[in-house]
Design a protein around this ligand. Structure first.
Ligand code: SAM
Length: 246
């Protein structure tokens, strides 16, 4: 592979990770997830179905601690927050987003999945919201949000997220690997369509953030960072940065 920057390189994914944890097709969603969105408009059902198929949600979920408070920043329709809540009944998830309409659907989906506010809560925030340092979490998750913020705000949010990770806790950031040039060019085009034309996704801009820059901010915040490539058999150059606080 050519063109990579300095720093740890993504490790190759194993073939089974291209599919779901159950080993089925990536279109195969767990029954709890299907039931959650069943009563939502077709556009949301289609969007969540395509998102499930485009991202290895189960693989990311397995990096979470099995218990404790987990914050997801930029949760959208709540697909990952629901996956995390359904993945272990000892987790409590708080999902935040700037898009109130998506959160209304996320709350309905949680209710349909039988998850009360004691297990899963969705909170609307302003675009410059940062998690207050007084409240810390066993894990903080940011999936495909940073590229919408512009690089300065993306790195500022990364630092703020790292600050609220408890000792022994984890920061998971799923972004695109900009060094995978062909895949990331396709990705930028697709996201421009989502933000500017169809307006499915709210965001200031579309600017893929170099993984090295995110990794450096996580390390400066005292996290041990490993990088996991999640793009095998996927069109998008998915990469997961896993930051552990000792
Ligand atoms: C591509 S979607 C990803 C949603 C979800 N994380 C997922 O993986 O399905 C990006 C989300 O980030 C949200 N977002 C954009 N800017 C944000 C900000 N400054 N703070 C929090 N969320 C933001 C958008 O409203 C949108 O729901």
């Amino acid at each position: 592979m050519t063109g990579r920057g300095a720093g740890p390189q993504p490790t190759p994914d194993t073939p089974s990770e291209a599919n779901t944890a159950s080993g089925g097709s990536r279109w195969h969603r767990p029954p709890g997830i299907i039931a959650a969105y069943e009563a939502e408009p077709w556009s949301t059902r289609a969007h969540t179905m395509v998102r499930w198929a485009s991202i290895p949600m189960e693989t990311v979920q397995q990096e979470l601690p099995s218990s404790g408070e987990i914050l997801e920043i930029g949760c959208g329709h709540g697909l990952f927050s629901l996956t995390a809540a359904l993945g272990s009944e000892d987790r409590r998830i708080i999902g935040t987003d700037i898009d109130g309409a998506k959160l209304i659907e996320a709350r309905r989906a949680a209710q349909a999945a039988g998850l009360g506010q004691d297990r899963l809560e969705f909170v609307q925030v302003e675009s410059d919201w940062r998690p207050p340092v007084e409240q810390t979490y066993g894990a903080v998750v940011i999936i495909d949000v940073l590229y919408l913020l512009g690089i300065a705000a993306a790195l500022d949010l990364t630092a703020a997220a790292a600050r609220v990770v408890q000792p022994g806790g984890t920061l998971l950031i799923k972004e695109m690997d900009t060094t995978r040039r062909a895949k990331s060019a396709w990705c930028s085009t697709q996201e421009l369509i989502s933000t500017k034309l169809t307006r499915v996704t709210e965001g200031e801009t579309v600017e893929l953030v170099p993984l090295d820059a995110i990794r450096t901010v996580m390390q400066e915040a005292g996290l041990d960072v490993t990088t996991r490539a999640l793009d095998r058999h996927y069109v998008h150059p998915h990469a997961l940065l896993i930051g552990q606080r000792c």
